[in-house]
Design a protein around this ligand. Structure first.
Ligand code: PXG
Length: 456
C-alpha cells in the first residue's frame, strides 16, 4: 500500500517543481504535503500507510467512491479502441452521442443540448459566452452583464473567478468587465431579527434591486450554486429560490445554476435545483459527471436556448480540443449507469442520506462548538458558534475550524473547514458503518478542538 519511494523524497521533488492549489507554497514546502497513494470506497491511504476516511469525496467529486472496476474498465476499453478524436471537422463518435442520450434521459425534459468541457471552470467560461451569444442572436447584444453572488465559487479560470464572489481571488488579477454581485443567502450570519423565510425573500430581492440598478436591458443572466459549496455549504431558506426565479422571469434574465457540486445525486435528487424546486435555463456540470475519475464538465442548455442558438445562431465560435473526449465520455457513461442502475441516487434520498443527517443532528445537536446543522442527502455543514440561541459566531471561527480540520487528519478523517463551518460530503455509496466512522471521528475532532479552546 506504500510505494518504494520515501515520503520525504517525494515531498522534496514536489517542493522543487510544483505550485499547489490555494496554498502558501512556501509554508507547504516547509510542512510537506501528504502523499496519497491508494483509494478504496471511502478510504484513502498515504505513502506511510496511514488510512483516512474521506468525508469530502475528494473535492466533492468521487460520488461512487474510489476503486470502481467498471469505470476503470470503461476507460481501458476506450483507450484501446479510440483514445482520442474531436468534435471539429464535422465529426463525432459513439461515446459522446451515447453520453448525451443518457444525460438527457436523467435531466428534466426541458433541457436538450450539452456543450462539453474538461472542468467546471471551463463550463462557466463557456456559459458567459453562450449566454451573451443567445442575447446577440435575439437582437439584444447590450444584454451582457452576468450577476453572481459574493462568496459564490464558479472556478479558478479568469472569467469563472470573476463570476464567483471570492474577493481574495478577484484581488489576484481576477476581474473582468460586465460582472456584478449580490449577497449570499447566509441566514446564520444575518444579524437582524428576520425569520429565515423573511431573510430568504430579502436576500433574493437584492437581485431585483441589482437588475434595476444596472438596467434589465443590460443584464444577461444570474448565476448561483443551488447551495453554496466552496463558500461554506450554505443552504438558502426555502423562500429564496422561488423568488429568484420569479425575478429572473420578470426581467427576462437567464437563470444559470452551477450544479458542479450539487449535481449527480448529492442531495438525493439527480440535480440540486430539483431538490430546491426551481427551473434554471442552464446547468454547469463537472465533478460527479465522472465521479472525478477523469476530467469532464459541461454546460447544459434548455431547449428554449438551444433552439435559438441552433436555428438562428449560425456558426457557434467555440470549441476545446478535448470537448466530449471519448475516454472521458466512456467513463461518464459507466458512472451515470452505475448511479442509476445501482439505485445510488434513490438510496441517498431514502436511506443513507437521511441516516447521515439524523446521525449529525443526534451527535452534534448539543455540541458546545456547534450552533447550527445544515444539509440534506450526502452533504452537510456544522456551523460553529459561540452562542447558538443568538447566532453569535466565534471571533476566531476560521482558526477554530482550521484547527478542527487538522485534528481530523490526525484522527484519520478528512473534513473541510470554511469560514467557521465544518463541511462534509462523503461518497454517495457510503455504508452505515462508513457513516458511523465519519461521524465518530468527526466527533473526536470536534471534542479535541473544543477542549483546546476551553469549551469542553
Ligand atoms: N463551480 C462550482 C460550484 C465548484 O464547486 C467549480 C465550478 C470549478 O470546477 P473545476 O472543475 O474547474 O475545479 C467548482 C469547483 C472547495 C473546492 O474547496 C471546490 C471546488 C474546487 C476546489 C476546491 O470546496 N469546486
Amino acid at each position: 500500500m506504500t510505494t518504494s519511494r520515501e515520503t520525504r523524497d517525494y515531498q522534496a521533488a514536489d517542493a522543487a517543481h510544483h505550485i499547489h492549489a490555494f496554498v502558501d507554497q512556501k509554508a507547504l514546502n516547509d510542512e510537506g504535503p501528504r502523499v496519497m497513494v491508494r483509494g478504496d470506497r471511502l478510504h484513502l491511504w498515504d505513502n506511510d500507510g496511514r488510512r483516512y476516511l474521506d468525508g469530502m469525496s475528494g473535492l466533492w467529486c468521487t460520488n461512487l467512491g474510489y476503486g470502481r472496476k467498471d469505470l476503470n474498465a470503461a476507460a481501458s476499453r476506450q483507450l484501446e479502441q479510440l483514445p482520442y478524436y474531436n468534435m471539429f471537422f464535422h465529426t463525432t463518435h459513439p461515446q459522446v452521442i451515447e453520453l448525451s442520450e443518457l444525460l438527457f434521459s436523467l435531466l428534466p425534459g426541458h433541457y436538450s443540448h450539452a456543450i462539453y468541457t474538461n472542468s467546471g471552470s471551463e463550463a462557466n467560461e463557456v456559459l458567459i459566452r453562450t449566454v451573451r451569444r443567445y442575447w446577440q442572436v435575439l437582437g439584444k447584444p447590450e444584454k451582457k452583464i452576468m450577476i453572481g453572488r459574493w462568496n459564490g465559487y464558479h472556478g479558478s479560470t479568469l472569467a469563472a473567478t470573476a463570476l464567483g464572489g471570492m474577493k481574495f481571488m478577484h484581488e489576484m488579477g481576477g476581474m473582468i468587465p460586465d460582472i456584478a454581485h449580490i449577497d449570499e443567502p447566509y441566514f446564520f450570519a444575518h444579524e437582524g431579527n428576520l425569520t429565515p423565510a423573511e431573510f430568504g425573500l430579502r436576500a433574493a430581492q437584492q437581485l431585483e434591486s441589482k437588475i434595476l440598478e444596472l438596467g434589465a436591458d443590460k443584464v444577461a443572466g444570474f448565476i448561483a450554486e443551488p447551495f453554496q459549496g466552496a463558500g461554506g455549504m450554505i443552504f438558502p431558506p426555502e423562500s429564496y429560490w422561488p423568488e429568484i426565479q420569479r425575478i429572473c422571469r420578470k426581467y427576462d434574465v437567464l437563470l444559470c445554476a452551477d450544479e458542479v457540486i450539487g449535481g449527480f445525486g448529492r442531495t438525493g435528487e439527480w440535480f440540486a435545483h430539483e431538490y430546491f424546486g426551481f427551473e434554471p435555463d442552464t446547468l454547469s456540470i463537472a465533478k460527479g459527471l465522472t465521479s472525478g475519475y477523469i476530467p469532464m464538465g459541461g454546460l447544459i442548455l434548455s431547449k428554449k436556448m438551444a433552439d435559438v442558438l441552433v436555428e438562428q445562431g449560425g456558426v457557434f465560435a467555440h470549441g476545446l480540443t478535448y470537448s466530449g473526449h471519448p475516454v472521458a465520455a466512456a467513463v461518464a457513461i459507466a458512472n451515470l449507469k452505475a448511479l442509476r442502475d445501482e439505485g445510488v441516487v434513490t438510496r441517498v434520498k431514502d436511506d443513507i442520506g437521511p441516516y447521515l443527517q439524523q446521525c449529525l443532528r443526534e451527535v452534534f445537536g448539543n455540541h458546545p462548538l456547534v450552533g447550527d446543522i445544515q444539509g440534506t442527502g450526502m452533504v452537510a455543514a456544522l456551523q460553529l458558534a459561540e452562542d447558538k440561541a443568538t447566532r453569535k459566531r466565534f471571533a476566531n471561527e476560521n482558526d477554530i475550524a482550521w484547527r478542527c480540520r487538522t485534528i481530523g487528519f490526525e484522527e484519520g478523517v478528512i473534513i473541510r473547514s470554511t469560514l467557521g463551518r465544518m463541511i462534509m460530503a462523503p461518497a454517495l455509496i457510503a455504508s452505515r458503518e462508513e457513516i458511523d466512522e465519519l461521524v465518530g471521528k468527526t466527533l473526536k475532532a470536534l471534542d479535541r478542538t473544543a477542549q483546546e479552546y476551553g469549551r469542553l
